[in-house]
Design a protein around this ligand. Structure first.
Ligand code: GLY
Ligand code: MN
Ligand code: MN
Length: 470
């Protein structure tokens, strides 16, 4: 079993900072559990809970991290592997060895932990835990705290959620280094897509070659790979189509670092050696929007504003191309552009690909000054609040021709003063183009993380040429 930890002091300091912020009661952070696919012992790949990783780095199921917020003392609650377990899994480090890596003060058994928690409850000491995003957590905490799963889901600690997000959203130098590892491998995956894709292959074949880069590096992927000629379907995980001349291939995928930080990169390439003229025009508009948006990133700027400026840029470009007509600012205000870009410009990135989304977007993406819109398109923006030094976020503009949405809006005569539906229909089938980079927000200027991944038309076409000359 390979162990990956930061220095002990990293975890110690994180837990002390959290304890100091919470001030009273016990902080309870459960690890994730193994989950059976079709029966208990045939499990999905195990992925540790990201807050558990953040506060102790231990990558093993079936544990709880307890932090006494008054003394700052920490406890690893769990039971040692039995010989029956070891016969099947092989030797594993003891809980004490794991606790030592994370500078945890004491190891206690599940039974001891349960007694302690029940004693605290009897004295009305608050037990703080994060919002629940997995059903098994609700049942486990229901057992531990003697409440119904429904009560457990409702009674999470708002204070803990806010304080954990406050800490996790600002990345340290060591975390940036992990993110760079993840993004560099993500870049290798994209290079593989660009240099192997040819007409006649299936999406699944290219996906296998791309995924092999992670398998060789013995790391996981942070989310289901998107690799599709139907890029207009935003989260399309099917890989059954064959690649034909004239099509676009949209790849949105990345790798995890060995410590489970996520890369989240999107590139769109022609299945042929070169883009068609329409593909080239749309690609150029997405690329300039990406570049302009990145330049606008600095501490203090609300990401909502960067998103709206990106939408404005896309709208102006689509007016020039004859798909939209009228006043660009008015169209963005009304949400007309969402016909082409119905998603947000980006989201926080870290241990989760949509970082801390399990804790809740009211903490990770919005605050009392920035409320989430209900307008179609803008309502899908996961990050609206002001950016801070040390945040890592994605920038991922896209333009899509979604036949179902176009025909629905047309049939409703929606925004017909602004939209030239006939011109749009002539461009179908087009698919979609999205480009996505991962950015560190820094006072000295935005930093695109990882080694550069080809994105200019000339760089992409150069690699496409190579794919056909092998
Ligand atoms: N990979 C999912 C996203 O870009 O949000
Ligand atoms: Mn993303
Ligand atoms: Mn992505």
């Amino acid at each position: 079993m390979k162990l990956n930890f930061f220095e002990q002091s990293v975890y110690h300091t994180r837990r002390s900072t959290l304890a100091h912020a919470i001030q009273s009661g016990l902080i309870l952070i459960p690890s994730n559990e193994e989950a059976g696919i079709n029966y208990k012992d045939n499990t999905y790949p195990f992925r540790q809970d990201s807050s558990f990783l953040y506060y102790c780095g231990i990558d093993r199921p079936g544990l709880n991290l307890l932090i006494d917020s008054q003394t700052g003392e920490s406890f690893l609650m769990g039971d040692e592997a039995s010989i029956e377990d070891i016969v099947w899994t092989g030797p594993v480090p003891s809980l004490q060895q794991l606790a030592d890596h994370a500078a945890i003060d004491r190891v206690i058994s599940t039974a001891q932990g349960l007694d302690w928690i029940r004693g605290l409850q009897a004295h009305k000491v608050p037990i703080h835990y994060l919002p629940i995003y997995r059903g098994d957590h609700a049942f486990r905490l229901a057992d531990l705290l003697g409440l119904s799963p429904e009560k457990i889901a409702a009674n999470y600690s708002r204070l803990l959620a806010a304080e954990v997000v406050k800490m996790r959203e600002i990345k340290s130098a060591q975390e940036i280094s992990e993110l760079n590892k993840a993004i560099n491998l993500s870049g290798i995956m994209h290079h593989t897509m660009m240099t192997t894709t040819r007409t006649g292959m299936t999406e699944a074949h290219v996906a296998a070659l791309v995924r092999a880069e992670c398998i060789k590096a013995d790391v996981d992927i942070p989310y289901g790979m998107i690799l599709t000629i139907n890029g207009q379907t935003l989260h399309n995980h099917g890989h059954h189509n064959s690649l034909r001349s004239g099509q676009l291939l949209l790849g949105d995928f990345g790798a995890e670092s060995p410590m489970h930080y996520a890369g989240d990169i999107t590139r769109t390439i022609p299945v042929d050696k070169t883009f068609t003229s329409l593909q080239r025009d749309i690609y150029t508009l997405v690329l300039t929007t990406l570049e302009q948006s990145i330049q606008a990133i600095k501490p203090g700027v609300p990401y909502l504003q960067v998103h709206l400026n990106a939408c404005l840029n896309i709208t102006k470009g689509l007016i020039e191309m004859g798909y939209l007509k009228g006043d660009a600012e008015e169209m963005v205000q009304e949400g007309v552009h969402a016909l082409f870009m119905p998603h947000g410009l980006g989201h926080p990135l870290g241990l989760d690909v949509h970082d801390m989304e399990g804790i809740g977007e009211q903490y990770t993406g919005y605050d009392e000054n920035t409320l989430r819109s209900t307008q179609f398109g803008l309502s899908a923006l996961r990050l609206g609040k002001s950016l801070q030094n040390g945040m890592v976020i994605t920038v991922e503009p896209g333009i899509y021709f979604i036949p179902e949405l176009i025909s629905l809006w047309k049939s409703q005569h929606k925004f017909e003063d602004f939209i030239d539906y006939n011109a749009i229909e002539r461009a179908i089938p087009f698919g979609g183009i999205r480009l996505e980079n991962n950015i560190l927000v820094a006072a000295e200027g935005p930093r695109v993380l990882g080694d550069p991944i080809p994105q200019s038309i000339s760089d992409v076409e150069e690699l496409r040429l190579a794919a056909y000359s092998l």
